[in-house]
Every structure is written in C-alpha cells, then in structure tokens.
Design a protein around this ligand. Structure first.
Ligand code: SF4
Length: 398
C-alpha cells in the first residue's frame, strides 16, 4: 500500500481506458503492463517521479473501478482504499464516457477534499467533446484534458495540469520547529539508544528535526537521556527547547529544569502530520478509560517487533499502570484500520506518522473522529500517563 511522505497521485478509471499507458506516458517509463485486455492491472502499481515545482511524487495506477467477480471486488476495494491516501486524483476516461463509475470516484474524492482532474485518453480515436467538458465543469467543477497516451502531443499540458491541481499543502514542506525557535538558538535533542533503537542510525523524526534546526539557523545538540543533566549543567547558554524521544519523557523531564521548555519528537509530529487540536481534545479521555475498554493503537509503518516494542508493550503497559484498568489493546501497523467497527473503541492512539503525508495520517484517524471516538498521539498519551502533559504541551499554548 502507499506509504511515503511524498505527494501521491492516484490514477482511476474503468478497465481498458488506458490507465497503465497513462502512467507510462507521465513517467516516460514502461512500469505498468499495457495490454488491450481489460483488467490487466490486477493490483496497484506505484512509481516515483520528479515534477518541476512540486518535487518527487508517487504515482499509483489502480485496478479498474468496474472490475468484476470475487477477485475483481477485492481489487476494487483496494482501489477504494487508495482514495484515502492520495493528494491528487486523475480520473481517466475515453470515448467521452463519464458515467456512474466515474461519478462515484469523483464524489468520493470530493468527500475527502481531494482535488482531481479528468484525463480524456485515446484522443486519437475519439476527441473530447464540448458537451463532456461542459458536463465536467458544470457538475464536478473539474478540468479536463484531451490526451493520447499512445501518441502524446501535449505532454507539457498534462504536467501543467498536475502542477496546477496538486494542493500546495501536499508538497510545501512545513518547518517542524520554525515557530518555536529563533536564529542562533540551541535545541537539545535526546535520542535514547537501546535494544529497540535501529542500529547505526537515528530514526526519521530525529534526522528531520536536526535538519529543520539547521534550516532555521539553529544549533542542534544530540545526546542520550542519561547525559542530559550533566550536559545542561555544563552549557553556558541553555537550550531554547529540549526535544526528547517520548519513551524517555519521564527521565528527561526530571533532568530538565522547569524554566527550559520541553516536548517530544512525537508531539512535534502530531502537529506536523496529524490533527493536533483533535489529539489535544482526545488525550484527557485516557483518564476516563474503564475495565475492558478497547484501545486501538495505530502505527503507520511495519517493523520487526522486538523486546519492549513501543506500540505493543510499552504504551499498553504505561496506560494500564496509569489507569489501573484492565484494557483491551489492539495494535495495527500500516495504513489500514482493523476490520472491526471503529465506534467500539474508547480511544485511538496514532503514532507520529513520520513515514506518511499529513493527508494520510488524517484520513486514517478520520473514521474515529467521525464516530466521536477520542484520538490522541503516542507522545501526548505518554506525557499524560507520566503526568507531564501540561509541560510537554506548554510550547504550543498559542
Ligand atoms: S511507527 Fe509511526 S512514528 Fe514510528 S517510524 Fe513508523 S511512521 Fe514513524
């Protein structure tokens, strides 16, 4: 399934309108199998390419929205899930056929606030008519481009419409720390190194926060949790803020004097990637959990689970210790949700989502929000359990 911080473009359409040819034409590579046989694309195919002004994007070719049979229905379900994860939709049609299937995709994209345009393929066989164009403008406010993937003569127009329709929020990089620091500040980052830490490297939120620090003309100092106290005592200029891995919150909080602001990488990511206000609103629900309440823990990527895994061992342990209740935990990795009714959970805890786009994180927690299930984030939940929530959220008061 789709998983990348890059903006995602989804190619939708019936079988045999030439979706695979379109993705090949856009990328200039033979990455999707092209055949006149309907239903050749049996699964999603993705390709990354660079688009000027937008940067690297992930293009996903989906199975036909009109696929049939048991297997076909599974492919359609997978195509529908792709709708949740994209930033821009391209509905491919041919022979001016924009019917029920296409209207459904357009409505689903609209429901998710995802912009789209219509690509009328096979223009060499049947050009786009004014009436189809008018129908799309009038009923869907959608732009349409006449195109031939086999004989492309207006490739630049296709790229231009992608550039124009792609929402800026999907590719304009937001600063992680920009509003919390000023030029010349020192940011102290705490990165525990233990059995669960990947060997020989820092994790993505840490790397990105260091880079963000440099982009803001600040100095990043990285240390491990046992060394925080001594380091702070020896620093002539105190750090503007301390950012710690949430797992070391308790220890680090005890070592950082109250006048130095402190938060966690995960909370910074809750702001960057998720619905920060909904997380803020949902976190106090931890204190209301009762025996046998179901808690859903959402990780956004898969990893080899070892030892005291945060999502499967530590977080459930801290929540159980804090609430004193017998809770029923379920942890789901990836981009999907469990098959069960989301309204049955009493709390949903989302990870930092460092591997995903903001749109993908928000689409994942949306069903819970729509059903009125409180949502929070790893860092905020951990801070709540350790009684340091107010301190960890203090930097974001405004
Ligand atoms: S589980 Fe979430 S926060 Fe952790 S690495 Fe994966 S996407 Fe990032």
């Amino acid at each position: 399934m789709l998983k990348s911080q890059k903006p995602h473009i989804g190619i939708f359409g019936r079988r045999n309108v030439g979706k695979s040819s379109i993705i090949n034409a856009i990328t200039g590579q033979e990455i999707a199998i092209v055949s006149p046989v309907p239903g050749t694309t049996t699964d999603t195919v993705t390709k990354t390419m660079e688009i000027t002004g937008v940067g690297p994007v992930v293009i996903t070719d989906t199975a036909g929205i009109d696929d049939e049979g048991e297997l076909g229905r599974k492919r359609v379900a997978r195509t529908e899930r792709t709708l949740d994860l994209i930033d821009l939709g391209v509905i491919v049609i041919s022979h001016n056929q924009f019917g029920e299937f296409e209207s459904k995709v357009a409505a689903e994209l609209g429901r998710r606030g995802t912009p789209f345009f219509v690509l009328h393929n096979k223009s060499d066989l049947a050009p786009l008519t004014d009436s189809t164009r008018d129908h799309l403008t009038k009923n869907f406010d959608a732009a349409a481009l006449d195109f031939s993937a086999i004989h492309p003569t207006n490739y630049e127009e296709l790229i231009a419409i992608i550039q124009k329709t792609m929402p800026e929020s999907s590719y304009r990089r937001q600063s992680i720390l920009g509003d919390l620091v000023t030029k010349g500040d020192i940011v102290l980052m705490v990165a525990p190194v233990d059995a669960e830490t990947p060997e020989g490297r820092l994790i993505l939120p840490q790397v990105q926060a260091i880079r963000d620090c440099l982009d803001n003309d600040c100095t990043a100092i990285v240390t491990k949790d046992p060394d925080v106290r001594i380091l702070l005592e020896n620093m002539r200029t105190p750090p503007r803020i301390v950012v710690t891995d949430s797992q070391a919150f308790e220890k680090v909080s005890a070592s950082v004097p109250d006048h130095i602001p402190m938060t966690s990488f995960s909370i910074l990511y809750a702001r960057l990637k998720g619905d920060f206000e909904k997380f803020r609103e949902g976190t106090p629900a931890i204190s209301k959990l009762c025996d046998n309440d179901r808690v859903l823990i959402l990780e956004s990527c898969s990893h080899h689970v070892i030892g005291d895994d945060i999502g499967r061992v530590k977080l459930p342990r801290w929540l159980t210790q804090f609430t004193g209740k017998k809770l029923d935990f379920e942890t789901v990795a990836g981009t999907d949700l469990p098959g069960k009714e989301i309204g049955d959970y009493k709390l949903v805890i989302q990870c930092g989502g460092c591997m995903l786009t903001r749109k993908q994180v928000n689409m994942r927690i949306r069903p819970a929000i729509e059903r009125g299930v409180p949502v929070t984030n790893y860092g905020m939940a951990i801070a709540w359990c350790f009684g340091i929530y107010n301190r960890a959220m203090e930097p974001f008061k405004e």
